[in-house]
Design a protein around this ligand. Structure first.
Ligand SMILES: Nc1ncnc2c1ncn2[C@@H]1O[C@H](COP(=O)(O)O)[C@@H](OP(=O)(O)O)[C@H]1O
Ligand SMILES: [Mg+2]
Ligand SMILES: [Mg+2]
Ligand SMILES: [Mg+2]
Length: 352
């Protein structure tokens, strides 16, 4: 029997719950100057920084020796111009670390409610996410807000955490505060957590940690297959997906959604395939954007590969290396989508 990672899962779910509490409460209070534009032109908010500080602090308490590959770093906050932003982040992180969320008496693993931390401790917690990644040993990935653009629009985003051991994702936890608990009754409320442990299945919980429901991707027929894709046209090629839809005679329009909520929806049978093909050359996909989603979909019975049909390699560092895109789908659908993708790629090559 494979390792159950029971303590890791408990700590990871608690950390994601605290971070989701933070991001959903900050959204309505977010003011104009609380968002920065990073060097790569992408946005980052006080919510991203504070959520990484919270998750990293909880992981450090429970597993002090484990390295972390986190999206954000605190260098902009340590500069004098970052003072106001920093003070706000410290306030938000401490609010989330000390909140009574009904996680029980969990002082042993530091899942709180804990003590307030100093600014220096919280900036250091953010910067502990600077691990370069690699092929050996245990490491966590944190994407404190995946789909920051969706978060800013009030649409989908996800708080994403994974544990990678010797380049294999063993545990994935994804919190989706804005995702309907029951897709067939969206009026019944939003807020879900998805968890998966390799060899032990995938499940959905409510945001307060209750109602565990096992997830299995249903069979799709040509009539029910459709694509999940990014909202942002710069993140994946919409026109390529249209081409694949037409090769496969798919008439249902693609469902556009930000973040790894796409992997979560796929895992619970909303949408038959997630296709993310590069829009140009040069961008390398980050491991924190795919690690928890990959184990979740695989444990729900699906398949995740690149456009060559190769598994994603989480042992290359902070990125997945040269970008061959991502195809995630249920078992039957995956081979059909992969064949169509390869056909479309060959057509393009033949034209050049
Ligand atoms: N040119 C590009 N191609 C593909 N992904 C990109 C990209 N630029 C940014 N991204 C990534 O796309 C993620 C969002 O994916 P999606 O479009 O599925 O919502 C971003 O995560 P963050 O929002 O965490 O920064 C970012 O890492
Ligand atoms: Mg980002
Ligand atoms: Mg991301
Ligand atoms: Mg992010």
């Amino acid at each position: 029997m494979s390792h159950s990672y029971a303590i890791e899962e408990q700590v990871a779910v608690a950390a994601v719950r605290r971070a989701c509490h933070l991001t959903s409460s900050v959204f309505n209070r977010l003011v104009k100057n609380e968002t920065l534009t990073k060097g790569d032109k992408s946005p980052v908010t006080v919510g991203d920084y504070a959520a990484q500080a919270v998750i990293s602090s909880i992981l450090h308490h429970a597993f002090p020796g484990d390295p972390i590959v986190g999206e954000e770093d605190a260098s902009d906050l340590r500069a004098e111009e970052g003072r106001v932003l920093k003070d706000r982040i410290i306030e938000l992180a401490n609010e989330a670390l000390t909140a009574e969320l009904g996680l029980g008496d969990s002082t042993t693993w530091g899942i709180g409610p804990g003590q307030e931390k100093s600014a220096e401790e919280l900036l250091d917690a953010i910067d502990r996410g600077n691990h370069p990644g690699g092929r050996e040993g245990r490491m966590w990935t944190i994407d404190p807000i995946d789909g920051t653009k969706g978060f800013l629009r009030g649409e989908q985003y996800a708080v994403c955490l994974s544990l990678i051991v010797d380049a294999k994702v063993q545990l994935g936890v994804i919190g989706c505060p804005n995702l309907p608990v029951d897709p067939s009754a969206p009026e019944n409320g939003t807020g879900c957590i998805f968890t998966a442990v390799r060899g032990h299945g995938a499940q959905q919980l409510t945001l307060n940690g209750s109602n565990p429901t096992p997830l299995v991707i249903p069979q799709t027929t040509p009539e029910t297959l459709n694509f999940l894709e990014s909202v942002e046209a710069a993140h994946s090629s919409h026109s390529f997906n249209d081409r694949i839809s037409s090769i496969l005679n798919i008439t249902r329009p693609s469902t556009r959604m930000d973040s790894q909520a796409k992997y979560c929806c796929l895992a619970r049978g909303e949408g038959g395939a997630y296709l993310r093909m590069p829009t140009g050359v040069g961008y390398r996909e980050k491991i924190w954007d795919h690690a928890p989603g990959q184990v979740l979909v695989e444990e729900a019975g699906g398949v995740v590969t690149d456009s060559r049909g190769e598994p994603l390699d989480f042992g290359l560092g902070r990125t997945l290396g040269e970008n061959f895109g991502v195809i995630a789908a249920g078992k039957g659908a995956h081979s059909r989508v992969l064949a169509a993708v390869q056909e479309a790629l060959n057509e393009t090559k033949a034209k050049v």
